[in-house]
Design a protein around this ligand. Structure first.
Ligand code: ARG
Length: 570
Protein backbone atom coordinates (compact mmCIF):
# COMPACT_ATOMS: atom_id res chain seq x y z
CA UNK A 1 0.00 0.00 0.00
CA UNK A 2 1.13 3.54 -0.69
CA UNK A 3 1.69 5.00 2.75
CA UNK A 4 1.44 8.55 1.45
CA UNK A 5 -2.01 7.92 -0.02
CA UNK A 6 -3.29 6.25 3.14
CA UNK A 7 -2.04 9.15 5.23
CA UNK A 8 -3.44 11.76 2.85
CA UNK A 9 -6.83 10.07 2.82
CA UNK A 10 -7.00 10.26 6.61
CA UNK A 11 -6.08 13.92 6.59
CA UNK A 12 -8.58 14.69 3.87
CA UNK A 13 -11.43 13.57 6.12
CA UNK A 14 -10.58 16.37 8.52
CA UNK A 15 -9.76 19.37 6.39
CA UNK A 16 -13.32 20.21 5.31
CA UNK A 17 -12.55 20.19 1.58
CA UNK A 18 -10.16 23.10 1.88
CA UNK A 19 -7.54 21.03 0.11
CA UNK A 20 -7.96 18.34 -2.53
CA UNK A 21 -6.43 14.89 -2.26
CA UNK A 22 -3.87 15.81 -4.90
CA UNK A 23 -2.92 18.95 -3.03
CA UNK A 24 -2.59 17.06 0.24
CA UNK A 25 -0.44 14.38 -1.38
CA UNK A 26 1.80 17.01 -2.92
CA UNK A 27 2.26 18.70 0.47
CA UNK A 28 3.28 15.54 2.29
CA UNK A 29 6.89 15.50 3.38
CA UNK A 30 9.38 13.00 4.68
CA UNK A 31 10.90 14.10 7.98
CA UNK A 32 14.68 14.36 8.01
CA UNK A 33 15.19 12.55 11.29
CA UNK A 34 13.88 9.19 12.39
CA UNK A 35 12.67 10.61 15.71
CA UNK A 36 10.17 12.72 13.78
CA UNK A 37 8.47 9.73 12.25
CA UNK A 38 8.05 8.60 8.68
CA UNK A 39 5.68 11.06 7.15
CA UNK A 40 4.62 14.65 7.87
CA UNK A 41 1.94 17.06 6.79
CA UNK A 42 2.41 20.84 7.28
CA UNK A 43 -0.66 22.77 8.48
CA UNK A 44 0.33 26.29 7.44
CA UNK A 45 -2.09 26.50 4.53
CA UNK A 46 -5.03 25.62 6.74
CA UNK A 47 -4.53 28.54 9.15
CA UNK A 48 -6.56 31.07 7.18
CA UNK A 49 -9.56 28.81 6.76
CA UNK A 50 -9.72 27.53 10.34
CA UNK A 51 -8.71 30.91 11.77
CA UNK A 52 -6.29 29.21 14.13
CA UNK A 53 -2.53 28.86 14.34
CA UNK A 54 -0.97 25.96 12.40
CA UNK A 55 0.23 24.51 15.72
CA UNK A 56 -3.33 24.41 17.09
CA UNK A 57 -4.67 22.92 13.87
CA UNK A 58 -2.00 20.20 13.87
CA UNK A 59 -2.89 19.27 17.45
CA UNK A 60 -6.60 19.19 16.74
CA UNK A 61 -6.43 17.08 13.61
CA UNK A 62 -3.73 14.73 14.92
CA UNK A 63 -5.87 13.90 17.93
CA UNK A 64 -8.56 12.55 15.62
CA UNK A 65 -6.33 10.50 13.32
CA UNK A 66 -5.59 6.85 13.39
CA UNK A 67 -4.76 4.19 10.84
CA UNK A 68 -3.66 0.58 11.20
CA UNK A 69 -0.46 1.27 9.24
CA UNK A 70 0.53 3.84 11.84
CA UNK A 71 1.65 3.21 15.36
CA UNK A 72 0.90 6.80 16.25
CA UNK A 73 -0.01 10.04 14.57
CA UNK A 74 0.90 13.15 16.57
CA UNK A 75 1.38 16.87 16.23
CA UNK A 76 4.97 18.06 16.10
CA UNK A 77 4.74 21.85 16.11
CA UNK A 78 2.81 22.93 13.01
CA UNK A 79 3.13 19.45 11.46
CA UNK A 80 1.09 16.28 11.76
CA UNK A 81 3.60 13.44 11.90
CA UNK A 82 2.89 9.76 11.32
CA UNK A 83 4.98 6.97 12.78
CA UNK A 84 4.59 3.76 10.85
CA UNK A 85 3.97 0.59 12.75
CA UNK A 86 7.37 -0.95 12.11
CA UNK A 87 6.41 -4.56 12.66
CA UNK A 88 3.50 -4.59 10.27
CA UNK A 89 5.08 -2.29 7.73
CA UNK A 90 8.33 -4.28 7.57
CA UNK A 91 6.35 -7.41 7.09
CA UNK A 92 4.39 -5.83 4.25
CA UNK A 93 7.51 -4.77 2.37
CA UNK A 94 9.23 -8.12 2.85
CA UNK A 95 6.10 -9.98 1.79
CA UNK A 96 5.82 -7.89 -1.32
CA UNK A 97 9.42 -8.60 -2.35
CA UNK A 98 9.13 -12.33 -1.68
CA UNK A 99 6.05 -12.28 -3.81
CA UNK A 100 7.38 -10.27 -6.71
CA UNK A 101 11.02 -11.38 -6.59
CA UNK A 102 13.02 -9.80 -9.41
CA UNK A 103 9.85 -8.12 -10.70
CA UNK A 104 9.83 -5.94 -7.61
CA UNK A 105 10.04 -2.34 -8.81
CA UNK A 106 8.86 -3.19 -12.33
CA UNK A 107 6.47 -0.72 -13.93
CA UNK A 108 3.93 -0.78 -16.66
CA UNK A 109 4.29 2.85 -17.70
CA UNK A 110 5.81 1.78 -20.99
CA UNK A 111 2.68 -0.10 -21.85
CA UNK A 112 4.53 -1.96 -24.56
CA UNK A 113 5.54 1.20 -26.42
CA UNK A 114 8.90 1.12 -28.14
CA UNK A 115 12.00 3.10 -27.30
CA UNK A 116 15.00 3.05 -29.58
CA UNK A 117 18.32 3.52 -27.83
CA UNK A 118 21.26 4.48 -30.01
CA UNK A 119 24.40 3.82 -28.02
CA UNK A 120 28.01 2.73 -28.17
CA UNK A 121 28.30 3.44 -31.93
CA UNK A 122 32.09 3.29 -32.32
CA UNK A 123 33.89 4.06 -35.56
CA UNK A 124 35.20 1.28 -37.75
CA UNK A 125 38.95 0.94 -38.01
CA UNK A 126 39.42 3.18 -35.02
CA UNK A 127 39.82 2.21 -31.40
CA UNK A 128 36.89 1.96 -29.11
CA UNK A 129 37.40 5.17 -27.17
CA UNK A 130 36.70 5.94 -23.54
CA UNK A 131 33.77 8.02 -24.75
CA UNK A 132 32.36 4.96 -26.49
CA UNK A 133 32.81 3.02 -23.27
CA UNK A 134 30.72 5.58 -21.40
CA UNK A 135 28.06 5.52 -24.10
CA UNK A 136 28.02 1.72 -24.01
CA UNK A 137 27.73 1.46 -20.25
CA UNK A 138 25.16 4.25 -19.82
CA UNK A 139 23.13 3.12 -22.84
CA UNK A 140 23.12 -0.48 -21.72
CA UNK A 141 21.89 0.46 -18.26
CA UNK A 142 19.17 2.66 -19.78
CA UNK A 143 17.96 -0.26 -21.88
CA UNK A 144 17.55 -2.36 -18.71
CA UNK A 145 15.80 0.48 -16.90
CA UNK A 146 13.44 1.16 -19.80
CA UNK A 147 12.55 -2.53 -20.06
CA UNK A 148 11.91 -2.63 -16.34
CA UNK A 149 9.46 0.22 -16.88
CA UNK A 150 7.53 -1.82 -19.41
CA UNK A 151 8.93 -0.50 -22.68
CA UNK A 152 10.01 -2.53 -25.66
CA UNK A 153 13.57 -1.52 -26.37
CA UNK A 154 15.46 -1.59 -29.66
CA UNK A 155 19.19 -1.36 -29.07
CA UNK A 156 20.96 0.23 -32.00
CA UNK A 157 24.68 0.39 -32.67
CA UNK A 158 24.97 3.22 -35.19
CA UNK A 159 28.44 2.22 -36.34
CA UNK A 160 30.64 4.87 -37.89
CA UNK A 161 31.30 2.75 -40.96
CA UNK A 162 31.31 5.30 -43.76
CA UNK A 163 33.25 8.37 -44.74
CA UNK A 164 36.31 9.64 -46.53
CA UNK A 165 38.58 7.93 -44.01
CA UNK A 166 37.90 4.66 -45.81
CA UNK A 167 39.54 6.06 -48.94
CA UNK A 168 42.58 6.84 -46.84
CA UNK A 169 42.56 3.46 -45.20
CA UNK A 170 42.34 1.58 -48.47
CA UNK A 171 45.18 3.65 -49.90
CA UNK A 172 47.34 3.02 -46.83
CA UNK A 173 46.50 -0.67 -46.74
CA UNK A 174 47.41 -1.16 -50.36
CA UNK A 175 50.73 0.61 -49.87
CA UNK A 176 51.86 -0.67 -46.49
CA UNK A 177 49.39 -3.22 -45.12
CA UNK A 178 49.31 -6.97 -44.89
CA UNK A 179 46.34 -9.29 -44.59
CA UNK A 180 47.70 -11.36 -41.74
CA UNK A 181 48.63 -8.42 -39.55
CA UNK A 182 45.15 -6.90 -39.91
CA UNK A 183 43.56 -10.23 -39.07
CA UNK A 184 45.76 -10.74 -36.04
CA UNK A 185 45.28 -7.34 -34.54
CA UNK A 186 42.77 -5.35 -36.55
CA UNK A 187 42.25 -2.18 -34.55
CA UNK A 188 45.86 -1.23 -33.73
CA UNK A 189 47.06 -2.21 -37.21
CA UNK A 190 44.32 -0.26 -39.01
CA UNK A 191 44.94 2.70 -36.73
CA UNK A 192 48.66 2.60 -37.49
CA UNK A 193 47.88 2.59 -41.20
CA UNK A 194 45.58 5.56 -40.74
CA UNK A 195 48.16 7.49 -38.73
CA UNK A 196 50.92 6.66 -41.22
CA UNK A 197 48.68 7.87 -44.04
CA UNK A 198 48.31 11.26 -42.37
CA UNK A 199 52.03 11.58 -41.71
CA UNK A 200 52.93 10.73 -45.28
CA UNK A 201 50.12 12.73 -46.86
CA UNK A 202 51.39 15.86 -45.12
CA UNK A 203 54.49 15.55 -47.32
CA UNK A 204 52.91 14.03 -50.38
CA UNK A 205 49.61 15.35 -51.68
CA UNK A 206 49.33 12.61 -54.30
CA UNK A 207 48.27 10.31 -51.47
CA UNK A 208 45.28 12.53 -50.70
CA UNK A 209 44.23 12.39 -54.33
CA UNK A 210 44.53 8.63 -54.33
CA UNK A 211 42.45 8.41 -51.17
CA UNK A 212 39.74 10.56 -52.73
CA UNK A 213 39.76 8.32 -55.78
CA UNK A 214 39.38 5.20 -53.64
CA UNK A 215 36.51 6.70 -51.69
CA UNK A 216 34.81 7.65 -54.94
CA UNK A 217 35.23 4.03 -56.10
CA UNK A 218 33.74 2.85 -52.84
CA UNK A 219 30.75 5.14 -53.27
CA UNK A 220 30.28 3.86 -56.80
CA UNK A 221 30.22 0.27 -55.59
CA UNK A 222 33.59 -0.80 -57.02
CA UNK A 223 34.17 -4.46 -56.19
CA UNK A 224 37.66 -4.27 -54.75
CA UNK A 225 36.93 -1.17 -52.68
CA UNK A 226 33.72 -2.65 -51.33
CA UNK A 227 35.38 -5.93 -50.43
CA UNK A 228 38.13 -4.14 -48.52
CA UNK A 229 35.61 -1.92 -46.75
CA UNK A 230 33.53 -4.97 -45.79
CA UNK A 231 36.61 -6.73 -44.52
CA UNK A 232 37.75 -3.76 -42.40
CA UNK A 233 34.22 -3.57 -41.00
CA UNK A 234 34.04 -7.28 -40.20
CA UNK A 235 37.45 -7.36 -38.54
CA UNK A 236 36.71 -4.25 -36.48
CA UNK A 237 33.37 -5.61 -35.40
CA UNK A 238 35.03 -8.85 -34.31
CA UNK A 239 37.38 -6.83 -32.14
CA UNK A 240 34.51 -4.73 -30.72
CA UNK A 241 32.57 -7.90 -30.00
CA UNK A 242 35.22 -8.99 -27.53
CA UNK A 243 34.51 -5.85 -25.54
CA UNK A 244 30.75 -6.30 -25.83
CA UNK A 245 31.05 -9.90 -24.66
CA UNK A 246 33.06 -8.86 -21.64
CA UNK A 247 30.54 -6.14 -20.82
CA UNK A 248 27.65 -8.48 -21.59
CA UNK A 249 26.16 -5.97 -23.99
CA UNK A 250 24.22 -6.89 -27.11
CA UNK A 251 22.42 -5.02 -29.87
CA UNK A 252 19.31 -5.55 -31.94
CA UNK A 253 20.69 -3.64 -34.88
CA UNK A 254 24.15 -2.89 -36.24
CA UNK A 255 22.87 -0.63 -38.99
CA UNK A 256 25.63 1.92 -39.15
CA UNK A 257 26.04 5.01 -41.25
CA UNK A 258 26.65 3.01 -44.45
CA UNK A 259 23.25 1.37 -44.18
CA UNK A 260 21.64 4.68 -45.08
CA UNK A 261 23.64 5.28 -48.27
CA UNK A 262 20.75 4.44 -50.58
CA UNK A 263 18.13 6.13 -48.39
CA UNK A 264 19.65 9.56 -48.27
CA UNK A 265 18.20 11.00 -51.49
CA UNK A 266 14.73 10.58 -50.12
CA UNK A 267 15.60 12.62 -47.05
CA UNK A 268 17.06 15.39 -49.18
CA UNK A 269 13.93 15.31 -51.37
CA UNK A 270 11.66 15.63 -48.36
CA UNK A 271 13.58 18.61 -47.04
CA UNK A 272 13.49 20.11 -50.50
CA UNK A 273 9.74 19.61 -50.88
CA UNK A 274 9.15 21.29 -47.54
CA UNK A 275 11.16 24.23 -48.82
CA UNK A 276 13.74 23.92 -46.09
CA UNK A 277 16.88 23.74 -48.19
CA UNK A 278 18.93 26.85 -48.90
CA UNK A 279 22.12 27.16 -50.91
CA UNK A 280 25.06 28.42 -48.96
CA UNK A 281 28.43 28.60 -50.69
CA UNK A 282 27.37 25.80 -52.99
CA UNK A 283 26.22 23.54 -50.17
CA UNK A 284 22.63 22.74 -49.31
CA UNK A 285 21.78 23.63 -45.72
CA UNK A 286 18.76 24.07 -43.46
CA UNK A 287 18.96 27.44 -41.77
CA UNK A 288 18.30 27.43 -38.05
CA UNK A 289 19.17 31.03 -37.22
CA UNK A 290 15.75 31.65 -35.63
CA UNK A 291 16.67 28.94 -33.09
CA UNK A 292 20.07 30.48 -32.51
CA UNK A 293 21.87 27.60 -34.12
CA UNK A 294 24.30 27.32 -37.00
CA UNK A 295 22.79 25.95 -40.22
CA UNK A 296 22.54 22.18 -40.52
CA UNK A 297 24.68 20.98 -43.44
CA UNK A 298 22.78 18.51 -45.61
CA UNK A 299 24.75 18.13 -48.84
CA UNK A 300 28.12 19.51 -49.81
CA UNK A 301 28.78 21.14 -53.17
CA UNK A 302 30.32 17.90 -54.50
CA UNK A 303 27.09 16.06 -53.69
CA UNK A 304 28.46 14.31 -50.59
CA UNK A 305 26.07 13.96 -47.70
CA UNK A 306 27.05 14.43 -44.07
CA UNK A 307 26.82 12.99 -40.59
CA UNK A 308 23.62 14.98 -40.01
CA UNK A 309 22.05 13.77 -43.27
CA UNK A 310 22.64 10.20 -42.11
CA UNK A 311 21.15 10.86 -38.71
CA UNK A 312 18.08 12.46 -40.29
CA UNK A 313 17.70 9.47 -42.56
CA UNK A 314 18.27 7.01 -39.73
CA UNK A 315 15.62 8.74 -37.61
CA UNK A 316 13.04 8.53 -40.41
CA UNK A 317 13.95 4.88 -40.97
CA UNK A 318 13.65 4.07 -37.26
CA UNK A 319 10.27 5.76 -36.95
CA UNK A 320 8.99 3.89 -40.01
CA UNK A 321 10.44 0.56 -38.83
CA UNK A 322 9.97 0.58 -35.07
CA UNK A 323 7.34 3.31 -34.53
CA UNK A 324 9.25 4.51 -31.51
CA UNK A 325 7.48 6.58 -28.89
CA UNK A 326 10.85 7.87 -27.76
CA UNK A 327 14.26 7.83 -29.43
CA UNK A 328 17.27 8.10 -27.16
CA UNK A 329 20.81 8.91 -28.29
CA UNK A 330 23.56 8.28 -25.77
CA UNK A 331 26.39 10.34 -27.19
CA UNK A 332 29.06 12.61 -25.63
CA UNK A 333 28.26 16.21 -24.81
CA UNK A 334 30.57 17.45 -27.58
CA UNK A 335 27.82 16.51 -30.04
CA UNK A 336 25.06 18.49 -28.32
CA UNK A 337 24.75 21.04 -31.13
CA UNK A 338 24.56 18.30 -33.76
CA UNK A 339 21.62 16.69 -31.98
CA UNK A 340 19.81 19.95 -31.36
CA UNK A 341 20.27 20.78 -35.03
CA UNK A 342 19.00 17.57 -36.51
CA UNK A 343 16.09 17.26 -34.08
CA UNK A 344 15.07 20.80 -35.08
CA UNK A 345 15.33 20.01 -38.76
CA UNK A 346 12.93 17.09 -38.29
CA UNK A 347 10.53 19.29 -36.36
CA UNK A 348 10.68 21.93 -39.09
CA UNK A 349 9.91 19.20 -41.60
CA UNK A 350 6.70 18.61 -39.63
CA UNK A 351 7.53 15.28 -38.01
CA UNK A 352 5.59 15.30 -34.74
CA UNK A 353 7.60 12.38 -33.40
CA UNK A 354 10.73 14.50 -33.44
CA UNK A 355 9.53 16.01 -30.16
CA UNK A 356 10.21 12.66 -28.53
CA UNK A 357 13.85 12.45 -29.46
CA UNK A 358 16.31 12.90 -26.66
CA UNK A 359 20.04 13.36 -26.63
CA UNK A 360 21.54 11.88 -23.46
CA UNK A 361 24.95 13.48 -23.10
CA UNK A 362 27.69 12.64 -20.62
CA UNK A 363 31.00 14.00 -19.35
CA UNK A 364 34.55 12.98 -20.30
CA UNK A 365 36.78 10.34 -18.83
CA UNK A 366 39.81 12.04 -17.34
CA UNK A 367 43.22 10.71 -16.49
CA UNK A 368 45.06 12.86 -13.95
CA UNK A 369 42.55 15.61 -14.59
CA UNK A 370 42.99 15.61 -18.39
CA UNK A 371 40.66 14.28 -21.06
CA UNK A 372 41.74 10.83 -22.18
CA UNK A 373 42.40 10.93 -25.87
CA UNK A 374 42.55 8.30 -28.55
CA UNK A 375 44.50 10.48 -30.89
CA UNK A 376 48.23 10.77 -31.48
CA UNK A 377 49.34 7.45 -30.10
CA UNK A 378 47.82 8.09 -26.67
CA UNK A 379 45.45 5.26 -27.35
CA UNK A 380 44.22 3.25 -24.45
CA UNK A 381 42.77 0.05 -25.73
CA UNK A 382 39.63 -0.67 -23.87
CA UNK A 383 39.97 -4.38 -24.02
CA UNK A 384 43.32 -4.04 -22.22
CA UNK A 385 41.69 -1.87 -19.59
CA UNK A 386 39.01 -4.46 -18.94
CA UNK A 387 41.54 -7.30 -18.87
CA UNK A 388 43.67 -5.37 -16.42
CA UNK A 389 40.66 -4.78 -14.17
CA UNK A 390 39.92 -8.50 -14.28
CA UNK A 391 43.47 -9.50 -13.39
CA UNK A 392 43.59 -6.98 -10.55
CA UNK A 393 40.31 -8.39 -9.26
CA UNK A 394 41.81 -11.84 -9.50
CA UNK A 395 44.84 -10.78 -7.50
CA UNK A 396 42.56 -9.39 -4.78
CA UNK A 397 40.65 -12.65 -4.68
CA UNK A 398 43.85 -14.71 -4.45
CA UNK A 399 44.93 -12.58 -1.52
CA UNK A 400 41.71 -12.37 0.43
CA UNK A 401 39.51 -15.21 -0.64
CA UNK A 402 41.67 -17.95 -2.18
CA UNK A 403 39.23 -20.77 -1.57
CA UNK A 404 36.31 -19.23 -3.44
CA UNK A 405 34.72 -21.34 -6.19
CA UNK A 406 34.65 -20.24 -9.87
CA UNK A 407 37.53 -17.87 -9.30
CA UNK A 408 37.78 -16.95 -12.98
CA UNK A 409 34.12 -16.12 -13.36
CA UNK A 410 34.04 -14.14 -10.12
CA UNK A 411 37.16 -12.18 -11.11
CA UNK A 412 35.55 -11.31 -14.44
CA UNK A 413 32.28 -10.22 -12.83
CA UNK A 414 34.13 -8.12 -10.25
CA UNK A 415 36.67 -6.59 -12.64
CA UNK A 416 34.10 -5.66 -15.26
CA UNK A 417 31.53 -4.68 -12.62
CA UNK A 418 34.09 -2.35 -11.08
CA UNK A 419 34.64 -0.55 -14.39
CA UNK A 420 30.90 -0.24 -15.04
CA UNK A 421 30.04 0.90 -11.53
CA UNK A 422 32.81 3.49 -11.54
CA UNK A 423 31.33 4.95 -14.69
CA UNK A 424 27.75 5.01 -13.44
CA UNK A 425 28.20 6.06 -9.85
CA UNK A 426 28.16 9.80 -10.51
CA UNK A 427 25.60 11.78 -12.47
CA UNK A 428 26.36 11.16 -16.09
CA UNK A 429 27.19 14.81 -16.89
CA UNK A 430 30.08 14.71 -14.42
CA UNK A 431 33.53 13.87 -15.69
CA UNK A 432 34.93 10.55 -14.54
CA UNK A 433 38.49 10.30 -13.23
CA UNK A 434 39.80 7.00 -14.46
CA UNK A 435 41.55 4.97 -11.79
CA UNK A 436 41.63 1.19 -11.75
CA UNK A 437 42.84 1.19 -8.19
CA UNK A 438 39.98 3.37 -7.03
CA UNK A 439 37.29 1.37 -8.82
CA UNK A 440 38.47 -1.97 -7.47
CA UNK A 441 38.49 -0.97 -3.81
CA UNK A 442 36.35 -3.25 -1.72
CA UNK A 443 35.52 -0.50 0.76
CA UNK A 444 33.87 2.65 -0.53
CA UNK A 445 31.47 3.54 -3.27
CA UNK A 446 32.52 0.79 -5.68
CA UNK A 447 31.06 -2.09 -7.63
CA UNK A 448 33.04 -4.70 -5.69
CA UNK A 449 31.65 -3.31 -2.40
CA UNK A 450 28.08 -3.83 -3.59
CA UNK A 451 28.88 -7.21 -5.14
CA UNK A 452 30.60 -8.45 -2.00
CA UNK A 453 27.70 -7.29 0.12
CA UNK A 454 25.39 -9.29 -2.09
CA UNK A 455 27.68 -12.31 -1.82
CA UNK A 456 27.85 -11.91 1.96
CA UNK A 457 24.06 -11.82 2.24
CA UNK A 458 23.89 -14.95 0.07
CA UNK A 459 26.40 -16.74 2.24
CA UNK A 460 24.38 -15.95 5.39
CA UNK A 461 21.42 -17.63 3.74
CA UNK A 462 23.56 -20.61 2.82
CA UNK A 463 24.71 -20.99 6.40
CA UNK A 464 21.12 -21.15 7.60
CA UNK A 465 20.59 -24.62 6.23
CA UNK A 466 17.09 -24.86 7.73
CA UNK A 467 16.00 -21.71 5.87
CA UNK A 468 14.62 -22.71 2.51
CA UNK A 469 11.91 -21.63 0.13
CA UNK A 470 9.19 -23.42 2.10
CA UNK A 471 10.09 -21.52 5.23
CA UNK A 472 10.19 -18.29 3.25
CA UNK A 473 6.75 -18.86 1.72
CA UNK A 474 5.31 -19.84 5.08
CA UNK A 475 6.63 -16.63 6.56
CA UNK A 476 5.16 -14.66 3.67
CA UNK A 477 1.72 -16.15 4.13
CA UNK A 478 1.68 -16.35 7.91
CA UNK A 479 0.93 -13.58 10.39
CA UNK A 480 4.25 -13.65 12.12
CA UNK A 481 5.16 -9.96 12.50
CA UNK A 482 8.07 -8.24 10.86
CA UNK A 483 11.09 -6.63 12.51
CA UNK A 484 11.11 -3.39 14.42
CA UNK A 485 14.72 -2.63 15.44
CA UNK A 486 16.23 0.55 14.04
CA UNK A 487 18.87 -1.20 11.89
CA UNK A 488 16.39 -3.35 10.03
CA UNK A 489 14.13 -0.30 9.74
CA UNK A 490 16.74 1.53 7.68
CA UNK A 491 17.05 -1.47 5.41
CA UNK A 492 13.26 -1.70 5.09
CA UNK A 493 12.92 1.95 4.17
CA UNK A 494 15.53 1.50 1.49
CA UNK A 495 13.85 -1.58 0.13
CA UNK A 496 10.60 0.36 0.01
CA UNK A 497 12.23 3.09 -2.09
CA UNK A 498 13.45 0.84 -4.89
CA UNK A 499 10.39 1.21 -7.17
CA UNK A 500 10.53 5.02 -6.86
CA UNK A 501 14.22 5.03 -7.65
CA UNK A 502 13.64 2.94 -10.79
CA UNK A 503 10.99 5.41 -11.87
CA UNK A 504 13.20 8.44 -11.27
CA UNK A 505 16.16 6.81 -13.02
CA UNK A 506 13.92 6.35 -16.05
CA UNK A 507 12.41 9.84 -15.91
CA UNK A 508 15.82 11.49 -15.65
CA UNK A 509 17.59 8.88 -17.83
CA UNK A 510 20.08 8.72 -15.01
CA UNK A 511 21.51 5.30 -14.05
CA UNK A 512 23.55 6.94 -11.27
CA UNK A 513 20.37 7.03 -9.16
CA UNK A 514 20.33 3.24 -9.16
CA UNK A 515 24.10 3.08 -8.58
CA UNK A 516 23.74 5.31 -5.54
CA UNK A 517 20.74 3.33 -4.36
CA UNK A 518 22.44 -0.08 -4.39
CA UNK A 519 25.41 1.35 -2.55
CA UNK A 520 23.23 2.82 0.19
CA UNK A 521 21.20 -0.35 0.52
CA UNK A 522 24.45 -2.34 0.79
CA UNK A 523 25.69 0.07 3.43
CA UNK A 524 22.52 -0.17 5.50
CA UNK A 525 22.56 -3.91 5.20
CA UNK A 526 26.18 -4.12 6.38
CA UNK A 527 25.31 -1.96 9.38
CA UNK A 528 22.40 -4.22 10.15
CA UNK A 529 24.56 -7.30 9.85
CA UNK A 530 27.29 -5.94 12.11
CA UNK A 531 24.81 -4.97 14.86
CA UNK A 532 22.29 -7.75 14.80
CA UNK A 533 22.97 -11.45 15.20
CA UNK A 534 20.98 -12.70 12.25
CA UNK A 535 21.53 -16.42 12.76
CA UNK A 536 20.62 -16.58 16.48
CA UNK A 537 17.89 -19.10 17.15
CA UNK A 538 15.00 -17.06 18.51
CA UNK A 539 11.48 -16.03 17.55
CA UNK A 540 12.63 -13.46 14.99
CA UNK A 541 15.12 -15.65 13.15
CA UNK A 542 12.87 -16.32 10.17
CA UNK A 543 11.92 -12.65 9.92
CA UNK A 544 15.61 -11.70 9.90
CA UNK A 545 16.57 -14.28 7.30
CA UNK A 546 13.64 -13.24 5.15
CA UNK A 547 14.90 -9.68 5.30
CA UNK A 548 18.37 -10.87 4.23
CA UNK A 549 16.74 -12.73 1.37
CA UNK A 550 14.92 -9.60 0.14
CA UNK A 551 18.19 -7.67 0.26
CA UNK A 552 19.81 -10.25 -2.03
CA UNK A 553 16.88 -9.92 -4.44
CA UNK A 554 16.96 -6.14 -4.62
CA UNK A 555 20.75 -5.81 -4.74
CA UNK A 556 20.95 -8.32 -7.55
CA UNK A 557 18.17 -6.62 -9.47
CA UNK A 558 19.66 -3.17 -8.90
CA UNK A 559 23.05 -4.38 -10.14
CA UNK A 560 21.39 -5.99 -13.14
CA UNK A 561 19.82 -2.65 -14.07
CA UNK A 562 23.32 -1.21 -14.12
CA UNK A 563 24.57 -4.05 -16.31
CA UNK A 564 26.58 -5.63 -13.48
CA UNK A 565 26.46 -9.28 -12.57
CA UNK A 566 25.91 -10.20 -8.98
CA UNK A 567 28.43 -12.98 -8.42
CA UNK A 568 27.01 -16.40 -8.95
CA UNK A 569 27.60 -17.58 -5.43
CA UNK A 570 24.01 -18.05 -4.41
N1 ARG B 1 30.17 7.23 -34.38
C1 ARG B 1 29.91 8.46 -33.69
C2 ARG B 1 31.15 8.88 -32.93
O1 ARG B 1 31.94 8.06 -32.57
C3 ARG B 1 28.78 8.35 -32.70
C4 ARG B 1 27.45 8.09 -33.32
C5 ARG B 1 26.34 8.37 -32.38
N2 ARG B 1 25.04 8.12 -32.92
C6 ARG B 1 24.42 8.83 -33.83
N3 ARG B 1 23.26 8.44 -34.25
N4 ARG B 1 24.93 9.97 -34.27
O2 ARG B 1 31.32 10.06 -32.66
Amino acid sequence: MNIGKAFAREIEKHVEHVLSMTEIEAMIEQPKYDEQGDIAFPCFRLAKHFKKSPVQIAEQIAAKLEHPLYEKIIAVGPYINGFLDKKSYSKQIVQQIINEKDHYGSKTIGNGQTITIDFSSPNIAKPFSMGHLRSTVIGNSLTHIAKKCGFEVVKINHLGDWGTQFGKLITAYKLWGSETSVQENPIPVLLDLYVKFHEEADENDALNQEARAWFKKLEDGDKEATALWQWFRDESLKAFSKIYDLLDVSFDSYHGEAFYNDKMDETVDVLNEKGLLTLSEGAEVVKLAELDMPPCLIRKSDGATLYATRDLTAARYRQATYHFSKAIYVVGQEQTVHFRQFFSVLEKAGYQWAKHMVHVPFGFILKDGKKMSTRKGKVVLLEDVLQEAISLAKRNIEEKNPTIENKEAVAEAVGVGAVIYHDLKNERMNHVEFSLEEMLKVEGRTGPYVQYTHARACSILRKATDFNNDVLQKYRLGDEPGLSDSYSWHVIKHLRDFPHVVQRAFDDLEPSLIARYVFELAQDFNKYYSHVKVLTNDAERTARLSLVYTVTVVLKEGLRLLGIKAQKVC
